[in-house]
Design a protein around this ligand. Structure first.
Ligand SMILES: [Zn+2]
Length: 213
């Protein structure tokens, strides 16, 4: 579904906000007839080739997580959770920005709308005219859920709160929410303002998280 670590493996046994069940994004891009007829460009073919290299289970960033052997190589810090594998053709600017402490978002210059996760084709108007810009790093909680079961490094963190964040610039991002008490979900409110922060996961990757302000 979304975002950097394998949140799709997180099992929620207690959904605190009913809206979360219906908020699951299905951001599939239906190819425009003209797009599907267009010849494949070299970058697209390279991207597809790169995608076949390993598991690509991180659709919200347009990338996946590193295969287990590379997870071990890259894990130079205390961060013990899955580390994303930036895709040079779609998500690299996002991860470069994260490493520099900035939220970089793709925006279509045809319809002027931002989108997330990064894509080569605008999900709103199917244009390929995509530019990157530095976003404010501000947003609001759209909905949230308390996670009581998880796998890998995330198992050490339960219970924790996951949330969808409405970005100030538009579209939505999934996160593990910080600055909240998972044992008191009644204190967390949809609409609460949040700000982005970044945690260094390896020498080359920093991962964004959102914190209630
Ligand atoms: Zn567009």
């Amino acid at each position: 579904m979304t975002f950097f670590p394998r949140f799709d493996r997180l099992a929620s046994t207690s959904v605190e906000c009913a809206a979360v069940a219906t908020s699951a994004r299905t951001d599939t891009v239906r190819p425009h007839p003209e797009v599907s007829r267009a010849p494949r460009c070299a970058a697209r073919q390279a991207s597809e080739s790169a995608r076949r290299r390993g598991p690509r289970d991180c659709p919200s960033s347009g990338g996946g997580v590193l295969p287990p052997e590379r997870q071990k190589e890259e894990r130079t810090l205390a961060y013990n959770k899955p580390i994303p594998d930036p895709d040079p053709y779609t998500t690299q600017p996002f991860w470069d920005g994260a490493k520099a402490g900035k939220l970089m978002l793709p925006r279509c210059t045809n319809c002027n709308r931002a989108h997330f996760y990064p894509r080569m084709i605008c999900p709103h108007c199917y244009s390929r005219q995509i530019e990157w810009f530095e976003a404010s790093g501000e947003g609001w909680i759209h909905t949230f859920a308390v996670q009581h079961r998880a796998f890998g490094g995330w198992a050490d963190e339960v219970p924790f709160v996951t949330a969808y964040i409405d970005l100030k610039e538009g579209d939505r991002m999934f996160t593990v929410l910080r600055g909240v008490d998972a044992s008191k979900p009644e204190t967390i409110k949809c609409g609460q303002p949040v700000k982005i922060e970044f945690e260094e996961a390896s020498e080359t990757v920093s991962i964004p998280f959102w914190r209630v302000v």
